[in-house]
Design a binder for this molecule. Structure first.
Ligand SMILES: [Zn+2]
Length: 245
């Protein structure tokens, strides 16, 4: 790593983690992570990805910040209302960490444009709120063998799993049919913040190669009951998306 000791000082506490060190930090610096959707999940996720030192972050979102985003999309401050989410996020992430590169993509991911929009990345973080788009990203990840850290939240609860194509189930194995799309999902800001933190933890584990990722397991967390549990999930041998892997 070509960085002065003062620059490395910001990573001092995390490099003390077992299996991390300078070598692990360099892996993060060399990594490229896409955040699909810069909303309730994508804002805190990208903030922690920047803080941890991911070298290249791609922010994909076609939307602009609105007043009803303020309770959870924490990169949006009042003065940012009406501006493109990805552009606002880029400014703040680069202000937090000037050593990283942040690329913005202001568009909606479709099956046709996914290769151009997402490109070649090491991990994709799910910050989406539409199942339709999640399944497009899932297919892209399976096709290009890219890990996909899925999370979905509602109210005070949510679920997450880490999809590593070929090593565990893909999103289509778990949901043979698209779940219904919700018009406006009720949500407490702390819920996506919780799951975004866990998504970053998974991303970092995958890149550095420490810990045990959430492959083949679904984590359910309920803030209402304050219960966290993981259940085993299996590949569907007839899955139309990943059966050939
Ligand atoms: Zn599958």
């Amino acid at each position: 790593m070509n960085a002065s000791s003062s620059k490395l000082e910001r990573y001092e506490r995390q490099m003390l983690i077992s299996g991390w060190g300078l070598k692990g930090q360099k892996k993060l610096k060399d990594a490229k992570v896409a955040v699909a959707g810069v909303g309730g999940l994508g804002c805190p996720a990208s903030l922690y990805l920047a803080a941890v030192g991911i070298g290249k972050i791609v922010l994909i979102d076609k939307g602009k910040f609105k007043w009803n985003n303020l309770n959870r999309q924490i990169l949006c401050w009042q003065r940012d209302i009406g501006r493109f989410k990805a552009e606002v996020a880029k400014e703040k992430l680069e202000a937090l960490n000037s050593e990283i590169e942040v690329k913005t993509v202001i568009a909606e991911i479709t099956k046709d444009n996914a290769p151009n929009l997402i490109g070649d990345v090491d991990v994709i973080v799910d910050g989406l709120d539409m199942w339709k788009t999640r399944f497009i990203v899932n297919e892209y990840c399976v096709l290009h063998a890219i890990p996909f850290v899925h999370a979905g939240v509602s109210s005070m609860h949510g679920q997450m799993t880490t999809i590593v194509p070929g090593k565990g189930p893909c999103l289509r194995c778990i949901f043979p049919k698209n779940p219904p799309e919700a018009e406006m999902i009720p949500v407490l800001g702390a819920t996506p913040a919780l799951f975004a933190s866990l998504q970053v933890m998974e991303t970092v584990k995958l890149i550095i190669g420490v810990g045990r990722p959430l492959i083949g397991r679904m984590l359910f967390a309920s803030g209402e009951e304050m219960v966290f549990e993981t259940v085993e999930i299996k590949r569907n041998i007839e899955c139309p998306v990943c059966r050939s892997l």
